[in-house]
Design a protein around this ligand. Structure first.
Ligand code: ZN
Length: 79
């Protein structure tokens, strides 16, 4: 096990606990395993995680902005 791992958020949650926070070795080799940070379940390989991240249409930042906007304003103005 490497001491150097990096955490990232994955759109697909952990099959065991549903957490989206994952960790992978800093080397990020395609065959490195991605683990859930909460329960340490092996979720997939880094190669697969990268594919999932690539296929996700919206970035996390965009989603956060949208959530903030939805909380502040109603989706339709209702005058
Ligand atoms: Zn988990």
């Amino acid at each position: 096990m490497s001491d150097f791992s990096t955490e990232f958020r994955m759109p697909k949650g952990c099959p065991n606990c549903g957490s989206h926070m994952m960790k992978v070795s800093q080397a990020k080799s395609p065959d490195d395993q991605v683990f859930c940070t909460s329960c340490n379940t092996e979720v997939c390989s880094w190669e697969e995680a990268e594919r999932i991240l690539d296929e996700t249409p919206r970035s996390e930042a965009e989603q956060l902005i949208e959530d903030v906007m939805n909380n502040k304003k109603p989706p339709e103005e209702d005058y």
